[in-house]
Ligand binder design. Structure first.
Ligand SMILES: [Zn+2]
Length: 336
């Protein structure tokens, strides 16, 4: 390109240089004017001004933020804003976000917000809880407690698990609230009715099972199944108290005293070998105890260890004609 420029074009070069210098000057003037916030229309070259205004858009945006800050400063004169003004001054852009953060945090102090906290007693068995829910309720221990049979609970039991022929005083029973985790890792509210003499240790056992993530499918009162043990077991429901006789006999079951608990009954069936009985219906494949599937109880697992260490015995270890893999009991506790 340089080869095509000769001395005759020297004036052109000078003119071009002058024009460039003028352009630079214009830009400088323009910057100064932008900084002062005055309008730049006074510049002689309209094209330069237009280009500068376009280039100045981001700067204008910053200026806008400054304006917003000023507005916030003005807003700071509103009730409640004086403190922010005194602390940060009206010219500090940082004042604005702080003021906004304060405004956003204010609803947390609203009593209405607290009403959203979790109240364990207000939940029902089967309700699912997130980790945050458990924390908001004060931690897992808030969900593990025993109480006398309330009128509300008794209304569920009367005529069902607590039939007209029940010889166990209502005062000897306790209603337990607890948490359990299913095989999918979901935390759920559970409930049991047991004898008062084992209430604390049963809470301790299930608290440890929960902490360890030992899976339990469901824990609802058998009354939700009209005290029909077969229906409860077929639904894989873990339960304890039910005033009834041992299946196929006239002997009062330890469940009738709240001193026996059936856990995950579908995967841990009740078997009468001589009669080929495997209950509940459809659970016969779990007679094969070498399987290691969720909800199955094994002699070396945590569920077994905890009950045994608390003096309970396991029906899965019965070597006679009846083996009851779901069943733990502690009849001696009646005399404690
Ligand atoms: Zn049982």
């Amino acid at each position: 390109m340089d080869r095509h420029i000769d001395l005759r074009d020297a004036r052109v070069l000078v003119a071009l240089t002058a024009a460039l210098l003028a352009g630079g000057l214009l830009a400088l003037v323009s910057c100064a004017q932008q900084g002062s916030g005055t309008h730049v229309s006074a510049a002689s070259d309209a094209a330069q001004v237009t280009a500068k205004e376009e280039a100045a858009v981001p700067t204008s945006t910053e200026g806008g933020a400054g304006d917003a800050g000023a507005s916030a400063g003005e807003g700071g004169l509103e009730p409640g804003g004086n403190g922010a003004d005194a602390a940060g001054g009206t010219s500090e852009p940082g004042t604005s976000p702080e003021a906004e953060a304060r405004t956003e945090s204010e609803p947390d102090l609203d009593p209405g917000h607290k009403s959203a906290s979790i109240e364990p007693a207000g939940l029902s068995a089967g309700d699912e809880l997130s980790t945050q829910d458990v924390e908001r309720a004060g931690g897992a221990s808030s969900f593990f407690y025993a109480e006398p049979i309330s009128d509300e609970v008794f209304a569920r039991m009367e005529g069902k698990s607590f039939g007209a022929d029940c010889t166990v005083p209502r005062e000897e029973l306790r209603y337990l609230r607890l948490l359990h985790v299913d095989a999918e890792g979901r935390t759920m509210v559970g409930e049991l009715v047991v004898h008062r003499n084992v209430a604390d240790e049963v809470l301790d056992i299930f608290s440890q099972l929960y902490q360890a993530g030992y899976p339990i499918r469901k824990m609802r009162l058998v009354d939700d199944y009209d005290a029909d043990d077969n229906a409860s077991c077929a639904d894989d429901n873990t339960s304890s108290f039910n005033y009834r006789v041992i299946a196929g006999t006239s002997t009062i079951s330890n469940h009738a005293y709240g001193l026996a608990i059936d856990i995950n009954p579908f995967e841990n069936p009740y078997c009468v070998w001589s009669m080929g009985v495997v209950s509940p219906e459809g659970s016969s494949r779990f007679v094969e105890r070498s399987l290691h599937e969720p909800y199955m109880i094994h002699a070396d697992d945590l569920c077994y260890q905890l009950f045994i260490s608390h003096g309970w015995s396991w029906g899965g270890a019965w070597a006679g004609d009846v083996t009851d893999y779901q069943h733990f009991e502690k009849p001696d506790a009646l005399w404690q």
